[in-house]
Design a protein around this ligand. Structure first.
Ligand SMILES: [Zn+2]
Length: 330
């Protein structure tokens, strides 16, 4: 590594199914060194949400691709599971992109294949609010629409991960019934432990497992029921899933948001109260505590102390998601 930094938790392949950088072409992607140093081997980085205009998303993709290619000492662009294994074996961090919401497809399912060609390896259909594809989790509970159904098929055809985070209850169940490939929740916590609308029910978790998918626990304070986003709360959510559903369908998607660094990535005219509704307890958008990458070594240690056994531990930390990706990405 350029700085000679040692990775923590060496030996475990740690898969973080979702993180956010500033959605700005000037964002420095080398801040992901914090993920690498914390022992991560793969992270899926968001490149856009339903509220972001397509030109913003395209500039972010172009910038992140260029910066990853220019950082072979630290980062590995990920298209396949072999790329993740290469990153892990060399102590580097594999990076792929994810899309949060289907509005950037501009009404065209064939845009999924284009985004896949640009490095997107995971997407969900609706970000918190209903759209032309289906329901968001903070809106009226509506079914998957015919357009949404066509996008699910396009996601299956493109060989990228179908995600149901941020998605409404009915729509998520419809997606999981329609998908021909495993469906994941890349960053969603069990509602049994914390009654937020972003968290998912027993019915959703069982439907996800029935597809062969994985539920990845996030480190967002308000979704953990611990506004400090402490490691014990994250471990409690993991342990609830393991004790209730077994260890083979549990993963991590911490959802850390890197600081803006003074960059303004809000789209013009952004209505924060629409996307993060005050009726659901938000105050002026998403200003909440999220567990930073530096908590990852403590999460690993905590899971070791829970005594799951080596196979289960490796699965939860990364191999459960790796195996789903092996099936979906091909
Ligand atoms: Zn999200």
């Amino acid at each position: 590594m350029t700085d000679g930094g040692e990775k923590a938790g060496a030996g475990y392949l740690v898969w973080d199914a979702h993180a956010c950088l500033p959605l700005h072409e000037a964002a420095d992607i080398r801040v992901l060194e914090r993920h690498r140093r914390a022992g991560c081997s793969f992270v899926s980085v968001n490149i856009g949400m339903d509220m972001n205009p397509l030109p913003q998303i395209m500039k972010v993709i172009a910038s992140f691709r260029r910066q990853i290619a220019a950082s072979p000492d630290m980062l590995v662009p990920v298209r396949t599971v072999a790329d993740v294994e290469t990153a892990h074996a060399s102590g580097r961090l594999g990076v792929a992109f994810d899309l949060e919401g289907g509005l950037p497809l501009q009404g065209r399912p064939d845009m999924v294949g284009l985004f896949a060609a640009l490095g997107i390896r995971q997407m969900h259909l609706a970000y918190n609010r209903n759209n032309a594809l289906g329901g968001g989790c903070y809106d009226e509970d509506v079914p998957l629409t015919p357009h949404g159904r066509a996008v699910v098929a396009a996601i299956n055809d493109a060989g990228i991960l179908m995600d149901c985070s941020h998605t409404g209850h009915r729509t998520s169940l419809d997606i999981m019934a329609a998908s021909t490939a495993p469906v994941i929740f890349s960053h969603a916590n069990p509602r049994a432990l914390c009654a937020d609308g972003r968290n998912i029910t027993d019915e959703q978790i069982r439907a996800c497992i029935a597809t062969g998918g994985v539920v990845c626990v996030n480190g967002v304070g308000r979704f953990l029921g611990d506004h400090a986003a402490g490691t014990p709360a994250i471990l409690a959510h993991v342990d609830h899933l393991v004790q209730t559903y077994g260890d083979r369908h549990v993963g991590l998607g911490i959802d850390y948001s890197y600081p803006s660094g003074g960059l303004d990535d809000d789209p013009p005219g952004l209505d924060k109260d629409h996307w993060w509704p005050p009726a659901h307890g938000y105050v002026g958008g998403l200003n909440i505590k999220i567990a930073p990458p530096e908590q990852l070594p403590g999460i690993v240690e905590g899971l070791v102390r829970l005594g799951y056994g080596e196979r289960a531990l490796r699965g939860i930390l990364g191999l459960n998601m790796l195996e789903v990706a092996r099936r979906v990405w091909g």
